[in-house]
Design a protein around this ligand. Structure first.
Ligand code: HEM
Length: 546
């Protein structure tokens, strides 16, 4: 099919998505001596990821996730990377209560406070642009980096939730952690692509990455010193982790450090990109943005003639904002922050999709025991089964010929009568003629059935593949959904968002070649573990709503 490097690098996941489109919902890649099965059918993915249902449960293979452990010394497994077993279970059970509905109620005021700090900053940027005598641009509003702002909000949320610490990102104080995080993430991405990378010490980029990793390690050591000296507040994830027991023993300092780093990274990064991509997609689809505004206004959540009347969103409002929830689902579909999804390993031979995948040896020393059949194909014991979410999202078999179009109304099917204003607006924006409301084989995917126990109302339940399903699903998904709804409602009720110069240029280029706006966003994106703006920024024009 190609070279192994087709899968590596910032664009590798798009190549795998293109292969899935060409070869179907289950195909096999041979990587050196190993066989990798790639799935893009949502039902088969649910079947593989869940513990219940037909067939054996597939565990997470630690060796695949090992490069993610290299950011800290010593490199230890974390909740994110450990294979299913007593260690992972103890950490997961200890942390789970932090994401309960009752605990998240306390997080809502914090999210609002942090978002309003960002709104003040946006207001200032818009005001400065309005009074700037040198501003020759006819475009309305001030330029604002929403990617930077989103990272500041979500990292501050995690600072409080994880350690009870105010990281002051939304006060625009310098943050050593944020400055370092992206070089560290890129170093990890490089490591996944090329495990020899960190030994190539003659390369200046490798030396820089090594320095970043060492500094990141030192920051986490500092956090541990503080944690040991001053026990964190009871509501924090760290406090819960201190209660974890593995075979009767508490986590040692290095295990605790590893978990704190894993929660911090997994908790702030993905959600910040989800906010960024949602705002960028709405900037590129002004009619949908207008519909969202009308939905917010109907609930008293949008600035009108008297902006003093604007009230804060509450969790109880979420159910009355189905279009905003659908916009979030559609953004997570088109720009999944974790586009590689998850990888599992067949514990024995499994049948999937009616195909048989032969017994393999991953390494010289590991021998496989039995075969596994998936969808009628037998996947042999030891085979790695990869479930890249971007391949699920872009598959026309799953979402029809309009899979690349931003159509939030596809998630309203069944819950909204056909022909609502929202549907019309979204269709017009992408010029989509196809009004078929049902996602194809993913029709059941957005339903409550596949979501985890932490999900809230059906209107806010994203496609379960966004957060994976089963025991290794995303532990933080309820927090992520809360942040997305609260941050987006607060910002969209106050500001109008339009493309900044770079996005406008990409959109024009895409339109000139007959490509949809999502292709323009993909053109600006790169995958370094997560899908993020390749240059780290997303400049949009922001103008206060009147
Ligand atoms: C839009 C935001 C988010 C997305 C798209 C997302 C996506 C995912 C995905 C796809 C997985 C499965 C990875 C795999 O199987 O390899 C995962 C796992 C995980 N996520 Fe998230 N996540 C988000 C937000 C969060 C937040 C807010 C937190 C924590 C506060 C979090 C913490 C974790 C952890 C700890 C795991 C590993 C769970 C386990 O294996 O038991 N995530 N996430």
């Amino acid at each position: 099919m190609g070279h192994v490097t087709d899968m590596a690098g910032a664009r590798g996941v798009w190549n795998v998505a293109a292969m899935a489109e060409k070869y179907g919902p289950l195909f096999k890649l041979q990587l050196m001596g190993s066989v990798l099965v790639v799935l893009s059918d949502p039902q088969t993915i649910s079947r593989v990821a869940r513990k219940t249902g037909p067939g054996p449960y597939m565990s997470k293979p630690n060796e695949v996730y090992k490069p993610l452990e290299k950011a800290l010394t010593p490199s230890l497994p974390s909740i994110l990377t450990a294979a299913d077993g007593p260690y992972w279970k103890a950490v997961r059970q200890a942390a789970a209560p932090c994401f309960s509905i009752s605990n998240l109620k306390n997080v809502m005021p914090l999210v609002l406070q942090l978002t309003k700090r960002v709104a003040d900053r946006m207001q200032a940027a818009a005001a400065a642009a309005a009074t700037d005598a040198n501003n020759s641009s006819s475009a309305v509003g001030g330029l604002f980096d929403v990617s930077d702002a989103a990272k500041r909000i979500t990292s501050d949320v995690m600072g409080h939730m994880l350690l009870g610490e105010d990281l002051q990102g939304t006060l625009w104080r310098p943050s050593e952690y944020l400055d370092l995080f992206y070089p560290v993430l890129r170093a990890q991405g490089e490591l996944i692509n090329n495990p020899l990378h960190l030994w190539q010490v003659w390369r200046p980029d490798v030396r820089l990455q090594k320095r970043c990793l060492a500094k990141h390690n030192a920051i986490m050591d500092g956090k541990m010193d503080r944690l040991m000296a001053h026990p964190p507040p009871d509501y924090t994830i760290a406090a819960h982790l201190l209660q974890a027991r593995v075979n009767g023993q508490p986590l040692n300092r290095n295990q605790l450090k590893t978990e704190v780093a894993a929660f911090m990274a997994a908790g702030f990064e993905t959600t910040s990109h989800a906010i960024t991509w949602s705002l960028a997609l709405l900037a590129a689809h002004p009619k949908v943005q207008q519909q969202v505004l009308e939905e917010l206004a109907a609930q008293g959540l949008a600035a009108g003639a008297d902006s003093m009347q604007l009230r804060d969103i509450e969790q109880a409002d979420f159910a009355a904002l189905p279009l905003l929830a659908a916009v979030i689902k559609e953004s997570l579909r088109l720009c999944p922050p974790a586009p590689w999804g998850g990888t599992k390993q067949a514990p024995c031979d499994v049948t999937l999709c009616g195909h048989t995948v032969k017994k393999v040896r991953l390494t010289q020393s590991r021998r496989c025991g039995c075969d596994v059949t998936l969808c009628g194909h037998t996947v042999k014991k030891g085979t790695l089964v990869m479930m890249p979410l971007l391949a699920v999202s872009l598959s026309t078999a799953n979402y029809g010929s309009d899979a690349m179009l931003f159509k939030p109304q596809r998630w309203l099917a069944g819950s909204k009568p056909a022909g609502t204003a929202a549907e019309g607006a979204a269709d017009d924006d992408d010029g989509a003629a196809d009004r078929d409301q049902q996602p194809r084989s993913a029709a059941g995917v957005g339903s409550k059935g596949g979501s985890s126990s932490s999900s809230s109302s059906s209107s806010t339940v994203p496609d379960p593949q966004t957060f994976m399903t089963g025991p290794r699903d995303c532990i933080g998904q309820a927090l992520a959904k809360l942040e997305l709804m609260a941050v987006l409602a607060t910002l969209l009720g106050r500001f109008e968002f339009a493309p900044g110069p770079k996005l406008a240029q990409e959109l024009a280029a895409a339109a000139a070649t007959g490509q949809p706006p999502a292709a323009a966003l993909h053109g600006l994106a790169g995958v370094h573990v997560t899908m993020q703006p390749e240059d780290g920024t997303m400049l949009l024009r922001v103008a206060p709503r009147r």
